[in-house]
Write a protein of this length. Structure first.
Length: 106
């Protein structure tokens, strides 16, 4: 078993949006893994990040992207919360329906 305690918090130097940064890094993970090194386990270090080149779009494009993705992610989070609520209702009602404690008329 291997336990690694290294964590990185990333913040854009130019204050580009958080979603842009996150999705850019997510897209680059495979490249980062190829640049990782280590004797026993591959390790991603600050050196790994420095080796990656990123072509940035115009700030106006990133701002438009952030506006769109913020709306989308807001809807995703809302849907996740709704799904959890519906699951809780299902989990509460299903045993009662199956045991006959609650009946549904058609």
């Amino acid at each position: 078993m291997a336990i690694n305690q290294t964590n990185y918090g990333l913040k854009s130097k130019s204050d580009y949006g958080d979603f842009f940064l996150f999705l850019t890094i997510l897209n680059l993970i495979q490249d980062m893994k190829q640049n990782a090194y280590g004797t026993v386990f591959d390790t991603i270090t600050t050196k790994t990040f420095k080796q990656i080149k990123i072509i940035l779009p115009l700030r106006s494009v990133i701002e438009s992207f952030e506006n769109i993705i913020n709306n989308i992610m807001g809807k995703v989070l809302f849907n996740l919360e709704e799904s959890e609520n519906i699951g809780s209702v299902r989990d509460a009602l299903l045993p009662k329906l199956m045991s006959g404690k609650i009946r549904v008329e058609c």
